[in-house]
Design a protein around this ligand. Sequence first.
Ligand code: FES
Length: 159
Amino acid sequence: MARAGRQTEELTPRSARAESVREIAGRYAGERGPLLVILHAVQAEHGFLSDEDVVEIADVLNLSVAEVHGTVSFYHDFRRTPPPEHTVQVCRAEACQAVGAAGVFAAAEEQFADRADIEVREVFCFGNCALGPSVSFDGRLQGRVTVDDIAAAEAGWSR
Ligand code: FES
């Protein structure tokens, strides 16, 4: 019975996404410690790492699904769900904290609390430390951000 199930699984064609993930994983599989590179590359290509992606990557690298899942779960940069339309990343590292990042982060969380299309995330240093608080709005880095800048961002992202 189990054998019949396995045969069915082997005959099921892979999705286009699975084929793409396997191609990306195969591209880096021969490198030293390729898992993180592959995870970043798959996320860059597909926006997030699905359960199916984890299985495909584990298969290509001959790792257990638990090993790959554990790595994905450990790093906050990896997404398990499709990304929202907009992302606000507030630096919470020391230099930005010293110039008000906590207040900017709190303002962003409050400002966008009812917007499912906007995600507020904390990050730890953009390398823009001299111009903190630093915030990335959809990948566009801005320095010396104030609470007013947070409100202005929402005005630009009308529903
Ligand atoms: S500490 Fe915020 S950009 Fe470096």
